[in-house]
Ligand binder design. Structure first.
Ligand SMILES: Nc1ncnc2c1ncn2[C@@H]1O[C@H](COP(=O)(O)OP(=O)(O)OP(=O)(O)O)[C@@H](O)[C@H]1O
Ligand SMILES: [Mg+2]
Length: 246
């Protein structure tokens, strides 16, 4: 039997005193790929933020179990060190810290070991080349002046360097040109197949899913999961929209 990796039970989440997620349940098993679809404002990014422990999102009920441990009250950095990763819908710019240093520091925090700069640079160069990004991006301040597509690729760079147990990708494909979608999708495939990663993919466009095996599709409407199914559900939504769930 496959091990349960993430288990969310009866989760209630509020933002600024407004309840957004209502008693939500979700289970992701090791190696699975879950897709979350839903109308704008349904609470998809809220769910990602709550799983990562963003303090703006208050957990008012229920619990989050990750890799056998109750992480409901854990700080975001501890969650990250346990192997959780989120690629944000709108990645923030961090002047003064380079993409390379940021990733190296995170990697050292996860493993508890100092990394030799040379080893890190070698691996970083390999991943950046795979993403069709010039190796000099590692020396640029994190996301500062990056184009929309470059920011998304920088998130995939971190994903492939950090090799988390579970990655939440929040609209990682939005705003990418056709070639970039293919490259990002290839990166996600490597994460899943070669690193044994598990995924929650939040998306409106399903282009990024073309090359991936999807195990479960969850439809989130007004803070609740109203339908779940396999890959066929994605095609159905693409064809008929969310109307029947609203
Ligand atoms: N930090 C925040 N401050 C105030 N309101 C928020 C915040 N985060 C989310 N909300 C509100 O919670 C609701 C759900 O937002 P959320 O970002 O989770 O939607 P979503 O499903 O990701 O939508 P989209 O498809 O447009 O990305 C919205 O009404 C939004 O305005
Ligand atoms: Mg969102």
């Amino acid at each position: 039997m496959t091990k349960s990796l993430l288990n969310i039970e009866d989760l209630i989440v509020s933002v600024e005193d407004k309840e957004i997620l209502h008693k939500l349940d979700l289970e992701v098993k090791e190696g699975e790929t879950h897709v979350i679809m839903g109308p704008n404002g349904a609470g998809k990014s809220t769910l990602g933020n709550a799983i990562m422990g963003n303090p703006q999102y208050s957990i008012d009920g229920g619990k989050i179990i990750f890799d056998g441990e109750d992480i409901t009250d854990l700080s975001p950095d501890k969650r990250a060190n346990k192997g959780l990763f989120i690629s944000f819908q709108n990645p923030i710019e961090v002047p003064g810290i380079t993409l390379g240093n940021f990733t190296k520091t995170a990697l050292e925090a996860h493993t508890g070991e100092r990394l030799r700069l040379w080893d890190f640079k070698k691996e970083a160069k390999k991943v950046l080349e795979m993403l069709d990004m010039d190796p000099s991006y590692a020396d640029r301040d994190l996301n500062v002046g990056f184009s929309g597509g470059e920011k998304k690729k920088a998130e995939i760079f971190q994903l492939l360097m950090l090799k988390p147990k579970l990655a939440i990708l929040d609209e990682t494909d939005s705003g990418l040109d056709v070639d970039a979608v293919r490259i990002v999708s290839e990166g996600v495939k490597i994460y899943k197949e070669q690193m044994g990663g598990s995924l929650i993919i939040i998306t409106h466009s399903t282009r990024i899913l073309d090359a991936l095996d999807v195990d479960h599709t969850n439809v989130l409407v007004r803070g609740s999961i109203v339908a779940s199914g396999d890959r066929k559900l994605i095609d159905e939504i693409n064809e008929h929209g969310f109307e029947k769930y609203i």
